[in-house]
Unconditional design. Structure first.
Length: 82
């Protein structure tokens, strides 16, 4: 995903207008156990069902002493943006 400078109000636009396909990794981190990554998921942030799943993962994590980290698939794989 290419870098873009933030413009005020961008976060309020409908995601369908901005993102059609955005593969990301989601890391579930155990905060009680040396920040160990206990699970990793690959989701498409452009997909409504996957965004809903991310919300459920996050809700579970914050209620059970865990944290969630997200990273674009390209960044996780070390791909340089041109």
């Amino acid at each position: 995903m290419a870098y873009a400078k933030y413009r005020k109000g961008d976060e309020n636009r409908r995601l369908e207008e901005i993102i059609t396909h955005c593969p990301i990794f989601v890391f579930l981190i155990d905060l009680q156990n040396d920040d160990e990554v206990v699970a990793q998921f690959e989701i498409d942030y452009g997909n409504f069902a996957d965004r809903k799943r991310l919300g459920r993962i996050t809700a579970w994590a914050v209620m059970h002493g865990h944290s969630v980290e997200t990273m674009s698939k390209d960044d996780a794989n070390g791909v340089e943006n041109e």
